[in-house]
Ligand binder design. Sequence first.
Ligand code: GLP
Length: 241
Amino acid sequence: MKVNIFKTAEEIGVAVAEIFTNEVKNNPDCVLGLATGATPIPTYQNIISTYEKGGISFKGVKTYNLDEYCNLPKSDKNSYYTFMHEQLFNSLDILEENVHFLDGNAADCDEECKRYDDEINNAGGIDIQLLGIGNNAHIGFNEPADEFTTGSFKVQLTESTINANKIYFDENPMPTHALTMGIQQIMSAKKVILIATGPKKAEAVKNMIEGPVTAQVPASILQKHDDVLIFLDEAAASLLK
Ligand code: GLP
């Protein structure tokens, strides 16, 4: 794990956006794994400003998002489909047929997860996977568990995750389940970039980097990946030795 500590979330956004835009310039047909949440927003804003300056196109890029809520219409303002379009895709020349999500409303979730995993494999796997981290060290929606997960699956969200994310759900209650890529799948990305900002993430960050590799701290598995960049602001890094 290579750990980079920056003063602010904004500086991280500039640095991580540069990695992504360089990848798109060097490998215009790359496959990107993307994340939602507040954390990647500065990165997405900086990707958009680089794109707006010209000289880069996303027409050949394919994206696969980590996760999606179950039982929430795709068009809902809180779906990850809506989030990604508002925060990134609508501002780029990326093709709609090249942006991919798990369908949290699929009639058969097992079949849907298999379809998604096969599609990622058929695309040649993920070149760069972007991750945030939950307060309980979840990645994607891989909650603390007895064993590390493999491919995409349906998960029941923990109280910690529901408490952290329910602030966005002012009208309808927050979904209790989601579909998410599994840990082994995240680990098979060629490169992984994890961003954590703010004091609420400090303990999860410490456990991820300095603790044992355990499925109770899902992000700790990243210690075993040979190309992981961790980007922290000073608050998220505050408990590190
Ligand atoms: C959700 C997402 C994760 C994200 C996490 C942290 O649970 N499924 O992918 O990393 O929230 O979100 P935030 O960046 O808003 O703290």
